[in-house]
Design a protein around this ligand. Structure first.
Ligand code: C5P
Length: 222
């Protein structure tokens, strides 16, 4: 980092899972550790960017002074925080594993055990990346992730278009050592021009370097 390439740039990063409350003691969540998003925030800050890191519940610490951390719990809280911060940024990287559904109602008391079946009605949460894609100005860049199990590239390209992303980082669950919880990841970066850049399995801190390099290229060619 002899010559910092993101000085005077502001970048928003989302990380971690979201928790959607069922009652005061229960929630719907997922196994996202937040490691990839936190590694991205650190790498962006090392390149001189001012980073706003909006994170769901994780057990990670931020170290760099240029990372402003906003802790949220639910998809709705993450959505609100992102809408607040996005307009002032040059780019956003959507790395959070946002819950797709929340319980339609939140019980204000602990739900009692009963014999037999029990149903919880769900409703779709906000698609935060898509919301930012709508707000995006010509000088802003928006990056998403896609975790796919089948028809990976096709699904990822469709997501990139639907959410108005500039590029998308594909994780395949078919690759060992990639995805949730682990320290390593194996990615493919898909660009709007249909170009696919495949990377080796590496530490998430190194994967972050590759993604930030790609973002730097996108930001300096507007
Ligand atoms: O549609 P899908 O969830 O697979 O898209 C993944 C991408 O969209 C990721 O970048 C993720 O952070 C983002 N996303 C979001 N809000 C949601 C769902 C996904 O920002 N509610």
């Amino acid at each position: 980092h002899s010559k910092k390439k993101l000085l005077n740039k502001k970048v928003l990063v989302t990380a971690g899972p979201t928790y959607e409350k069922i009652d005061p003691v229960r929630f719907i969540g997922n196994y996202s550790s937040g490691k990839m998003g936190f590694a991205l925030a650190e790498e962006l800050a090392k390149e001189g960017a001012e980073v706003t890191l909006v994170t769901g519940p994780v057990h990670l610490k931020t170290t760099h002074p240029n990372i402003h951390r906003v802790d949220v719990e639910s998809a709705m809280e993450m959505h609100n925080a992102c809408l607040e911060h996005f307009p002032a940024t040059d780019a956003a990287i959507m790395c959070a594993a946002v819950a797709d559904y929340r319980p339609k109602e939140q019980a204000d008391r602990k739900i009692k055990r009963k014999a037999g079946e029990m149903n919880i009605e769900l409703q779709a949460t906000e698609d935060i990346a898509a919301a930012l894609g709508q707000l995006k100005t010509p000088s802003q860049r928006l990056v998403g992730f896609a975790l796919e199990t089948n028809d990976e590239k096709q699904n990822a390209l469709a997501k990139m278009q639907k959410k108005n992303l500039d590029f998308i980082v594909l994780n395949s669950l078919q690759d060992n050592g990639a995805g949730f919880g682990v320290d390593t990841n194996k990615i493919t970066i898909l660009s709007k021009d249909n170009n696919a850049q495949e990377f080796e399995l590496k530490q998430k801190t190194e994967v972050a370097v590759d993604i930030v390099k790609k973002l730097i290229g996108e930001l300096t060619n507007d």
